[in-house]
Design a protein around this ligand. Structure first.
Ligand code: SIN
Length: 279
């Protein structure tokens, strides 16, 4: 058995990799996975049932694991795994009926060093709905008019956990977690540290304002860029099957979860991969 890409998705995202033995991934499998991930910054790996240990082992193929900041999300036994769970129609992270991660975002941009990538394992998924949508921020950047590229080339924005513009319910942070995450400034266009490609770096949940612009002007620029980046042409939607492992690159994608009807539980295990300061 060896890794192979069996399907490609839409908008340069969503390749499906099969042929991995999760219990014993070979060096060649690791190389193939990293190559596939570079070509498709959102990948689905179909390799059957994972245990927490085999999921952690697979995640290490992509880099150094990063512990979730918020203690309330962490698995009590495996602290590098966090839980995204919906029970009886309510998110266990926020205690709200609204879908956790239900608006476009990239993970952890409110941190000085946001995670590079996120993996999710679909331990329990509903029979329909609960999809996760991804948008390709390289493609969105490439398609901008030259004038807009010039206008935003040197702009940066302030990202903060509970931003002025955020409409998603957030997980309550402890005082210690708040102290570790003051507002930070990141560029609106970032260069991927591995490929050198440029990508829009937006997070509708966490961007509070564009630096050096009047609030209203910054808001209308952000609205324009977000509307552009989330056009269907740049979007791939992942319909979960049980045991899917999905990985995405937070440096060049945004994502959002969709609601699902009824009370069917949905339980995903999440692992973060360490990143670098966005430039
Ligand atoms: C997330 O935003 O990290 C969760 C995505 C999902 O639940 O589909």
């Amino acid at each position: 058995m060896s890794a192979s890409v069996t399907e490609t998705g839409k908008a340069g995202l969503g390749a499906v990799v099969t042929g991995i033995d999760l219990e014993r991934p070979t060096t060649e499998d690791g190389d193939a996975l990293r190559r596939a991930f570079r070509a498709s910054p959102m990948l689905c790996i179909r390799a059957g049932k994972a245990t927490p240990e085999s999921f952690l082992g697979l995640a290490r193929v992509f880099g150094t694991l990063q512990r979730e900041l918020m203690g309330v999300l962490r698995d009590p036994v495996f602290p590098e795994i966090s839980l995204i769970e919906r029970r009886r129609g309510v998110s266990t992270a926020t205690g709200k009926a609204a879908t956790f991660g239900g608006h476009w975002h990239t993970d952890d941009s409110y941190m000085a060093v946001p995670c590079a990538a996120t993996l999710l394992y679909g331990e329990v998924v509903p029979p329909s709905g609960g999809d996760t949508a991804f948008t390709n921020m390289h493609a969105a950047y490439d398609a901008l008019p030259a004038k807009t590229k010039e206008r935003i080339a040197d702009l940066s924005a302030i990202h903060t956990y509970q931003s002025r513009r955020n409409v998603s319910p957030v997980v309550e942070r402890t005082e210690e977690e708040k102290a570790l995450t003051p507002p930070v400034t990141h560029p609106l266009v970032r260069t991927h540290p591995e490929t050198g490609r440029k990508a829009l770096y937006l997070n509708p949940n966490r961007i509070d304002r564009v630096c050096g612009m009047a609030l209203a002007d910054g808001d209308s620029l952000l609205d324009e860029l977000i509307a552009h980046a989330t056009r269907p042409a740049f979007v791939h939607v992942h319909a979960w099957r049980p045991d899917d492992i999905v990985i995405w690159d937070n440096r060049c994608t945004m994502h959002k979860a969709s609601p699902h009807e009824g009370d069917h539980p949905r339980r995903l295990l999440r692992i973060l991969i360490e990143g670098t300061v966005p430039v």
